[in-house]
Design a protein around this ligand. Structure first.
Ligand code: 1GP
Length: 244
């Protein structure tokens, strides 16, 4: 693993749970908001989105945060090849395991791989699994989302991800999903795969829900929409994740 992943793993191994703030450069979180989350103990900033983004937007955004004093590690959370930008510290190099389209399984990765290497981005091999609503990511990624009433299916995907050597598993309900990523999905993933960093996100709005995700075995909770719409509540949620 590279430097960013090693630091995340060091924290996880010391018993910390991670709060990952998500900013979509199409509607970016302000410098002031990002700085407040950093101050409050956020562990990294994920940057990315599905639509209407260029690498220039991302570089400009990260540049602005850096010159404003933000020191958080920045990790690309790419909605596509258009999200590969040099100013980030690392990239979730993802395969959408339950996509029906080979492009999102391996095509986008082939398009991006040499660029990721040339830009010197640290790649964190990540299995992306979409459950329930799926949001824009599910639609764009042509996912066959795992049905919420058969959520145990997540365990098979998680086990496959571990055996294939992914370093992280991201269980996603979709940004702004009306139903947040279920703790049961996290529990099935955790039981089936011990080694990968387990990330959960999508529609997380309640501090209590974040606590349940962590109890179910999530190493990291991603929050985007709430930080944009109700930053105070998102900061409270952060404190629930980090206090443990
Ligand atoms: C989306 O999981 C992330 O990819 C975060 O979702 O915007 O609903 O927090 P929210």
């Amino acid at each position: 693993p590279g430097r960013v992943e090693r630091e995340l793993r060091r924290k996880i191994e010391s018993g910390e749970k991670l709060f990952l703030l998500l900013s979509d450069p199409e509607k970016p979180l302000s410098l002031e908001i990002v700085a407040r989350f950093e101050e409050a103990g956020a562990d990294a900033l994920l940057v990315g989105g599905s639509l209407n983004i260029t690498p220039y937007d991302i570089d400009e955004y990260i540049g602005k945060l850096r010159s404003g004093g933000v020191r958080l590690p920045t990790i690309l959370f790419p909605g596509g090849v258009n999200n590969v930008a040099r100013s980030a510290d690392a990239i979730l190099f993802m395969s959408l395991l339950n996509s029906l389209d080979p492009y999102w399984l391996i095509g986008a990765q082939v398009s991006a791989a040499l660029l990721v290497k040339r830009l010197g981005l640290e790649a964190i091999p990540t299995a992306y699994i979409i459950v329930g609503h799926g949001g824009a990511a599910g639609h764009v990624g042509r996912a066959q989302p795992i049905p919420l009433d058969n959520i145990y299916v997540v365990s098979s995907y998680a086990a496959a991800a571990e055996l294939l050597g992914f370093h992280a598993i991201y269980v996603e309900a979709g940004s702004g999903s009306p139903r947040p990523v279920p703790p049961e999905a996290v529990r099935y993933a955790r039981t089936a795969a011990e080694e990968p960093i387990l990330i959960a996100g999508g529609g997380v709005r309640e501090p209590e829900h974040a606590r349940r995700l962590v109890e179910a075995g999530a190493d990291a909770i991603v929050v985007g929409t709430l930080a944009e719409k109700q930053p105070e509540k998102a900061l409270k949620l952060l404190s629930y994740v980090k206090r443990r």
